[in-house]
Design a protein around this ligand. Structure first.
Ligand SMILES: [Zn+2]
Length: 242
């Protein structure tokens, strides 16, 4: 199959010359198809110290263990969330292209760039990665679920991981983008459940995966669904925070 993949890649590159999604520089033989090493260096990566609850970087000195303003009023059903990048600048633009401009392939490269960070990689290692589901109608319209694609790519890169689409979205919810913190939580409360015929293992660690963590409301609602089905070890991760 190797020669076929090479042929396919060569054909695609002929039709759609590759350039880096960050620097726009033409790419040739770089390991990733749409993110150059220079582009990855320019992504707004989150480094320690960061909030042990939502993963937002700590800026300035904060006191107490619940002092992070980004998750102050959230008592998350997940233990810890880790995010690789701030949802700013080039990272924000890439996520927008993944979700709204039919560029799911960028999710593969952003996920690969995310695991270059050891904290992010270790957070996922050995776990079952559970993508935040889209409602079936939305999934049909978009043609893919970006969180699923991200979870699958992460699982292929991190030893001992596997992706399992355990959850389903029971009803459509209005877009979270214009909602405040409380409204977001109400909007997604009860929206997720473990899919029929699927079960969870109390001894397995699950990490709910999304493209972006904003207030944590969606990941929280997914974690509740897993816990209600019997999961005891539930954490979360997103490529971007913002
Ligand atoms: Zn936080």
């Amino acid at each position: 199959m190797g020669w076929l993949a090479d042929l396919d890649r060569g054909f695609l590159d002929l039709c759609f010359p590759r350039d880096c999604a960050v620097t726009q520089a033409t790419m040739d033989d770089e390991p990733l198809r749409h993110l150059s090493p220079a582009g990855i260096d320019l992504l707004p990566r989150i480094l320690d110290p960061r909030c042990l609850s939502c993963g937002h970087p700590f800026e300035g000195i904060l006191e107490g263990d619940r002092a992070c303003p980004h998750c102050l009023d959230l008592r998350p059903a997940f233990g810890r969330a880790v995010c690789a990048f701030r949802a700013r600048g080039s990272a924000r633009r890439i996520v927008h292209r993944i979700k709204y401009e039919r560029c799911p392939f960028l999710a593969d490269d952003l996920a690969a760039a995310a695991v270059e960070d050891e904290v992010f990689r270790r957070h996922l290692a050995g776990s079952v990665l559970v993508p935040v589901p889209l409602h079936a109608a939305r999934r049909r319209d978009r043609g893919y679920n970006q969180a699923e694609r991200i979870a699958e790519r992460l699982a292929s890169l991190i030893p001992g991981c596997r992706a399992e689409a355990l959850l389903r979205k029971q009803h459509e919810t209005v877009s979270q983008t214009r909602l405040g913190r409380q409204e977001r939580r109400k909007n997604v409360a009860g929206a997720f459940a473990v899919a029929q015929g699927r079960s969870v293992d109390p001894a397995t660690r699950y990490v709910v995966i999304d493209d972006v963590l904003t207030t944590g409301a969606t990941l929280h609602a997914c974690a509740i669904a897993l816990r209600q089905a019997g999961a005891e070890l539930v954490d979360a991760a997103a490529l971007c925070h913002g």
